[in-house]
Design a binder for this molecule. Sequence first.
Ligand code: GUN
Length: 249
Amino acid sequence: MILVGDDPASKVYVNNKKKACEYIGIKSFEYLLPAETSETELLELIDRLNSDPEVSGILCQLPLPGHIDETVVINAIAPSKDVDAFHPVNVGKIMTGDYDFVPCTPAGVMELIKESGVDVEGKECVVVGRSNIVGKPMAMLLLHKNGTVTICHSRTANLAEKTKNADVLVAAVGIPNFIKGDMIKPGAVVIDVGINRVAPKKLVGDVEFETAEKVAAAITPVPGGVGPMTIAMLMKNTVKAAVKQNECE
Ligand code: GUN
C-alpha cells in the first residue's frame, strides 16, 4: 500500500485496509511517502514492487498530490498486481466481461445486492455518478447481470424522473444528501456509495437516509454499508492475485 501525503481520509482508508490484511493473514507493507515525493520516485517504487516476488498486490491510494499524474501512476502498476483494477488492461477486461479483478467498490455493491437476494436481471438500474472508480464499472457489472442500466450524473436534466424509475438505485456522485426520498421509487433497493464528511465527526452519504428509508425496500447506511464491502473485495482481489501468480510459477 502506498500513500503519498497526509490526506486524513486516505490515512483512515489505508489503516482500515491494513487492519483487514492483518485480520485475514495477508502480509502488508506500507509506504507512507511525504507529499513532496516526486512522480519519478513514486514510479521507481512501483517498479520495485512490480518485480518483487513477495508482493502479490499493489495499491496506491488516490487522490495523489497535484504534481503527480494519476494516470501515469495507474498505468505503471503491473496489471497482474493491480488489485484496485484501475489499470486500462483491467478496465478493458471489465468492459468485455472477462475479468480477474473487479474494482472493489462496485464489486462490494454487487455482493450486497446478491446477498440480499435481489436479482437485477431485467430490472431498471440507475447509477448516479460516472467516475472511473465507481460509476462506470458499476454500470458494467449491473449490465453483465442483465440489468437495464442508466448512468446519470450531477448534470443530468430531470434527474428525479430517472431515479424514480429505478428498481435498483446506486448513488455514487459525491454530493451529501443529493438523493432525497421523493426521488426514489417505492420499494426500490438503494445503495449509497457516498462518504461525505459534513462535520468533524459526521459522515453522510449521497442519499438523504431519513427520507429515503421511508420509501425504499432496502437501503445501505453510511457509514457501515458499502465501505466495509470495498475492503472485503480488496482482500478478495489480493488473494486472487496471489493464487494466479503462484499458478504461473
Ligand atoms: N481512493 C478512493 N477510493 C479508492 C480505492 O478504492 N482505491 C484507491 N487506490 N484509492 C481510492
